[in-house]
Design a protein around this ligand. Structure first.
Ligand code: SAH
Length: 414
């Protein structure tokens, strides 16, 4: 074969969707290529046989889900197979696999030399019910990049002709994460792209609202009439009314809807009105904001529990449901939300209940946002430092030795 022929490659491939459920697929080789392919095969419901004297730990972990043959390949491994992948690091073995597949009229992908196989693996992406496959001639990076662009465009609604979104009327409660758009889940983005109406909180990642189409009605909760419970009633009304009118309503909140988000009140309102309601969990600021500034809420040998507490009522308030004395007696990390105004009283009960006044405290203001800052202090100095640093909500207050683990120099433990 001349170089010219080699460059031309085989004839144009035919892109098909294989239904592999219940069918035998053989992967020969147990390295990184196999590690990438096998989970996709398992996701199709295929019966996967993996043949390799050695496999990566990740593949070993899948042993329960596939037929693992820890030995050299033999031709008869392909008997009864519908699809084969030759992915060893030995070109001679891969060539034998391809030949054995050819003899059985079974399509075979060859990882080290795509053109000598009888099938190519496309770059694949999923969006809703749509699967996208891109086959570039020996340019896997280009294919993957194009696939990413297509999937992103689908996700952002830029390819509206191929609307893959679920548009069933009803309410979707979406947790948007702590603020930065990157920290919203893929499911949250899908939900937004499917919305006819978006009812957004102040702490929801607002940059994501930029991407909403002009037809989408945006209800800004921050602008609803004042008064805490009046607002909640109004929100319940809006989501139920719009859903009843046949709209798909996304209720878009910061963090996770069920962590001090009053999300379940909205679920109850929907259930009562017989409106279908689903939930997309979000990354709660209680864990994500400390993590973002490098503070773990647990650490081996330091904290075996963490407690997330709302500080919106001061200790001793008749409506408070928090046993602050018990929280004080526990030894793990305390993560306080909505606690800036009552921080002084909370620090007092924690110290009175047994936590040392020297307990490290980190206050993370506007976590994950451009204005983010962290104030390091102690339980004893918390109240003064909040004033000195002019801390205003939203802020996460992390109490416990994990703060010193993450900032040893500040606490003289370096
Ligand atoms: N459902 C949300 C919490 C709602 S309560 C969640 O799961 O994250 C609102 C409180 O959350 C704020 O008063 C503040 O304590 C905290 N909070 C939310 N987002 C924050 C952020 N980006 N930075 C700091 N604190 C945040």
């Amino acid at each position: 074969m001349t170089d010219e022929h080699a460059d031309a490659g085989p004839a144009r491939p035919y892109l098909a969707g294989l239904v592999l459920a219940g069918r035998k697929v053989v992967v020969v080789g147990g390295g990184h290529v196999a590690q990438r392919r096998v989970p996709s095969f398992l996701a199709t419901g295929a019966r996967v046989t993996l043949v390799s004297p050695e496999v990566t730990p990740a593949l070993e972990g899948l042993a329960g889900e596939l037929n693992l043959e820890l030995r050299e390949f033999v031709e008869s491994d392909l008997d009864g197979a519908w699809y084969v992948v030759a992915a060893t690091d030995d070109p001679d073995v891969n060539a034998r696999v391809v030949a054995a597949a050819e003899a059985r009229h079974t399509f075979c992908v060859r990882a080290d030399d795509a053109r000598s196989g009888s099938a190519w693996t496309p770059a694949v992406g999923h969006h809703g019910s749509v699967t996208v496959g891109v086959l570039g001639n020996r340019e896997p990076r280009k294919s993957a990049a194009l696939r990413d662009e297509i999937v992103t465009a689908l996700r952002d609604g830029d390819l509206s002709a191929t609307d893959a979104h679920d548009r069933t009327p009803g309410v979707v409660l979406v947790g948007g994460g702590p603020g930065e758009p990157e920290l919203a889940t893929v499911a949250a983005r899908h939900a937004l792209a499917s919305a006819d109406v978006v009812v957004a909180d102040r702490l929801a990642p607002r940059e994501l609202l930029d991407g909403l189409g002009p037809h989408v009605e945006l209800v800004d909760v921050a602008k609803l009439p004042r008064g805490r419970s009046a607002t909640q009633e109004r929100i319940n009304e809006v989501i139920v009314d719009r859903a009843r009118a046949g709209k798909r309503v996304v209720r878009f909140k910061g963090g996770d809807s069920f962590v001090f988000g009053r999300g379940y009140e909205e679920v109850l309102a929907c259930l009562e009105a017989d409106v279908p309601v689903t939930v997309v969990p979000g990354l709660t600021s209680a864990i994500a904001v400390p993590a973002r500034v490098g503070i773990p809420v647990t650490h081996r040998g330091v904290a075996h529990e963490f407690t997330v507490v709302s500080g919106h009522l001061p200790p001793g308030h008749p409506e408070s449901l928090v046993a602050w004395d018990a929280v004080a007696r526990m030894r793990g990390t305390v993560v306080l939300l909505m606690a800036v105004d009552n921080a002084a009283a909370i620090a007092d009960v924690l110290v009175a209940g047994g936590r040392p006044a020297t307990t490290p405290v980190a206050v993370v203001v506007d976590g994950t946002m451009p204005t983010e800052r962290t104030v390091l202090t102690t339980l004893g100095d918390l109240a003064d430092d909040l004033v000195a640093h002019e801390v205003v909500p939203p802020a996460i207050i992390v109490v416990g030795d994990v703060v010193a683990v993450a900032r040893p120099a500040h606490y003289g433990r370096g």
